[in-house]
Design a protein around this ligand. Sequence first.
Ligand SMILES: Cc1ncc(COP(=O)(O)O)c(C=O)c1O
Length: 440
Amino acid sequence: MNWPKSQKLLDENARLIPGGLASLNRKADPVIAFVRAKGSRLWDIDGHEYIDYHAGFAPYLLGHGDDDQIAAVTKAMHDGLSNYGTGPTREEGDLAWLFLRAVPHAEKVQFFNTGSEATQQAIRIARAATGRSHIIKMQGGYNGHHNAVAMNLMTPRVELGALQDGEYPRVPITAGIPPEELVLTHAVPFNDLDAVERVAQRHEIAALITEPVLQNIGVIKPQPGYLAGLRALADRYGFVLIFDEVKTGFRASLGGYQAIAGVTADLSTYGKAVANGFPLAALAGKASLLDLATDPDPKRRVLIAGTYNCHPVPVAAAIACLKKLMDPAMDVYGHLERMAQRLEVGQRELFAKHGVPAIISRVGSASCVYFAKTEPHDWEGILAHHDAAFDTRYRRALIERGIYHFPVIVKQGSISFAHSEADIDRTLEATDDALRELRG
Ligand SMILES: Cc1ncc(COP(=O)(O)O)c(C=O)c1O
């Protein structure tokens, strides 16, 4: 398979846009320019069709171009396409009501356009509430592109260095963060409560932010007791616990991963699946924290603003999405689980048949194959055990057989409500063929 038109498009765009695309996280090898998506399928400019497991970095939980959502969005556009820039809208209230029914542990909710805005505001609120500045994030966790968290993601072994006093050396993923800001963030290993405690003993921590399952380096699950341990440390040291459910929210379950784990954060951030791919994000949690937006004391008041917050198009998309996710007759989560299990069972058989050491880590419709004999519990575990070269070849071999996984190691695979048994079976046939080639 080759993609000459895709490459040409990237080159043309690159004369005008640095890198040729508007999110450099989308840049990958092979370069594929997609032109259409529907249900579980993608089509590229070079004329190939794929079953999609990337889901645009995970939002498309219902699948691409969900008809109910399109109808709702079309209606919103005809009804007066504006968020007026003044006063409340009925629709934002309707969305808040639905959201809080779906996420019952949250007392209040606020809305933004992107996950990065939600995590940025969560950290700002935590700093305002505690009067402290330092924060803790996870090595291997991604919480957005802003200064407070743009560091220590998929850090190469040579740059990672050794843990000192519970934390890794800071490795920003962008230039331009002032050093005085950089020192306020501490990156610790996931699944290591001792590391968090050591950092909390040495610094005035305002917040700890973590995905409850690390889903930007595959699917790294919290070990039993870990999330509850974070909760206890937050209470002991007085910092705000932020669960970043931008990926797990609505995908792991209706109430996010917190509903599965039974551990409640003070603040939680959502995005992606909440509007099935339309730009909408949420920050939910304790009223006492979110109400800082209207604190009578201007020194404590947190600015919540955004021209496009709750724009009617994503709001209509989110309402349609939540109604479908919450409709027992649709049984969205039942279908997702059946498809995900079918894929997992099939993959296990194929890896055994071809003698490929592999660990499949899955939470609901999100999964990742680690080519390892030992299950990784953090980023260092991936560096130590995962066969990255094989992963790269595996993803390429699947793409060439019409199965699209993002071609970067340990990136999560996502199933949607639009995936059918026939899609899964075709995926397994392609996997069988790919493994035969890779092992041959
Ligand atoms: C867990 C998590 N938090 C935050 C973000 C940032 O969201 P956005 O890209 O919408 O700004 C992402 C994006 O991938 C994410 O995966």
